[in-house]
Design a protein around this ligand. Structure first.
Ligand code: ADP
Ligand code: MG
Length: 177
């Protein structure tokens, strides 16, 4: 028996990578970070892809990664911040039976967590809190629309991961059976 992969979404800094690794370890599954996968395949960083090839090219790479990953079982997939703002990507995961989990954290906590982090192209701006608030307000409704489950991700990573497993065990989240 194989299980459809679990997809984590949410704002940058919400803990997709951190919680995803813990969850994968707890389940004995493999963890995949979509941004990292795309970077490895392109041989460039996400920032470089944005700069040299443009956002449209990056979104096409994301869509291709969604298609390939959704077909594989027993993965914990951390999506890039923009992936699930596109209904087409949401549909691909859902058709494959993959539950989508939203890790919820307020913008103020995001700012705290990402202090000193210069690797996020969208945050290289003078007023970070304001930029995060605006982007958060724009993306949250899209994430909520995509998600089958929303969890409080301000708790410690081990607890967040356990809450995800417990919530997904209830049958209404097993889309394929
Ligand atoms: P994402 O992959 O969603 O962008 P990360 O997993 O990289 O987020 O986490 C961003 C930062 O926040 C990291 O420094 C990480 O250690 C910290 N962090 C993540 N989840 C938690 C948590 N549940 N509690 C406290 N700090 C966290
Ligand atoms: Mg990450």
């Amino acid at each position: 028996m194989t299980k459809p992969s679990i997809v984590l979404c949410g704002f940058m800094g919400c803990g997709k990578t951190t919680v995803g690794k813990v969850l994968a370890r707890q389940l004995g599954w493999q963890f995949v970070d979509m941004d990292q996968l795309i970077e490895e395949q392109a041989g460039m960083t996400v920032s470089q892809i944005f700069e040299e090839k443009g956002e449209d090219a990056f979104r096409a790479m994301e869509r291709e990664a969604v298609r390939r990953l959704s077909a594989k079982p027993s993965l914990v997939i951390a999506t890039g911040g923009g992936v699930l703002t596109f209904p087409e990507n949401v549909q691909i995961f859902h058709r494959a039976g993959c539950p989508i989990v939203l890790l919820d954290v307020p913008p103020e906590e995001v700012v705290r967590r990402l202090q000193g982090d210069t690797s996020r192209p969208l945050l290289n701006v003078p007023n970070r809190l304001e930029a995060i608030r605006q982007l958060h307000a724009k993306r949250l409704p899209l994430y909520q629309k995509a998600a089958d489950l929303q969890v409080d991700a301000t708790k410690p990573p081990e607890l967040v991961a356990q809450n995800i497993t417990l919530s997904l065990k209830s049958n209404k989240f097993s889309r394929n059976g």
